[in-house]
Design a protein around this ligand. Structure first.
Ligand SMILES: [Zn+2]
Length: 317
């Protein structure tokens, strides 16, 4: 068997800056897509990592796509994985569906939890969601834990279906919402509190924002983001006019939300995030989507009882 590295270009020919790399195997089948702030260094570690030998033995060709910065690399990687479904990324991440915990009001005004597997979340309805999970097992583990810590009712959490009192009540570990002993309002409030960390964080800006990244080589990218949704993006190489880069999506998806949220929480590093007015927003959207119609803002009500996170700009009342 020919060793993979024989047919590969030397790693030193790969770009050093941020971007995405694609590993192709026999028959030019796409094996893996990854991203990094430094493509060359990251690809080198793939080849050195013992645990990845099994994958890297298959690699015959490396393709790279440079971006201006980290966010561009993250979003491009996410898009390519979704579109091209490289075999090792798919194996790594079998599930794309997520599980949401919804509120369901029961007789007597008690809020019960209902789990539902979904492909995507409508951002305008995220206020009705108590929490988001990768899968049902994770949701049940979380709820078992909060039941214990907060003395919540197993019946209302949906972890048990007893006809009367839940098992925890018999053990003295539930305050008795299952049999009407604890008032609905009290249990509802404690349930909301317990789910706080699992909630989708309300969009912390008054408007859409523009994130700009620039590389030392003169490439720059601009991302139009509103309510955790990538609406469009533009790229400019040297002095040339801006042209559309990654297409936007008009629905909330959990991967992008997590990616944007994590990115924006990090303090740093020479990137710029700014809120823009409606006119400027619309003119960029027009450029990015090549579309003359102006974009309506995606509206989201802040989730009930949500507080703003440190490091993010609070929406002005
Ligand atoms: Zn109970």
């Amino acid at each position: 068997m020919v060793r993979a590295t024989h047919t590969l270009p030397p790693i030193s020919s790969l770009p050093q800056g941020p971007g995405v790399y694609l590993f192709y195997g026999v028959g030019d089948a796409l094996v893996y897509v990854g991203k990094s702030k430094g493509i060359r260094g990251r690809v080198r570690t793939h080849f050195r990592e013992r645990s990845e030998r099994w994958m890297m033995r298959r690699v015959r060709r490396v393709e790279t796509r440079e971006t201006a910065g980290e966010l561009g690399a993250l979003l491009l990687e996410s898009k390519l994985i979704k579109e091209l479904k490289p075999m090792f990324n798919v194996a790594q991440k079998q599930r794309r569906r997520i599980v949401i915990a919804e509120r369901k009001t029961m007789p007597g005004g008690y809020v019960a939890v209902h789990l539902k597997a979904v492909d995507a979340i409508d951002p305008s309805k995220s206020g009705g969601i108590l929490g988001v999970f990768k899968h049902t097992t994770q949701a049940k583990e979380f709820m078992t834990e909060i039941a214990r810590r907060h003395r919540l009712c197993l019946k209302l959490l949906g972890l048990e279906r007893p006809r009367t009192a839940c098992f925890a009540y018999h053990l003295g570990a539930c305050n008795g919402a299952c049999i009407g002993e604890e008032p609905a309002d009290r249990h509802n409030d404690r349930l909301e509190d317990a789910f706080r960390e699992r909630r989708i964080i309300a969009w912390p800006y008054r408007s859409g924002i523009i994130v700009e990244e620039a590389s030392p080589t003169g490439r720059s990218e601009m991302f139009l983001i509103d309510n955790w949704v990538l609406v469009g993006s533009l790229t400019r190489n040297g002095g040339k006019n801006a042209e559309p880069f990654l297409p936007g999506s008009h629905r909330f998806d959990y991967d992008t939300y997590k990616l944007l949220y994590t990115f924006m929480e990090k303090k740093d590093e020479g990137r710029s995030i700014r809120e823009v007015g409606v006119d400027e927003w619309n003119s960029y959207v027009k450029l990015a989507t090549g579309d003359a119609r102006t974009e309506k803002r995606i509206q989201t009500a802040p989730p009930k009882g949500e507080s703003w996170r440190a490091g993010m700009t609070p929406r002005k009342k």
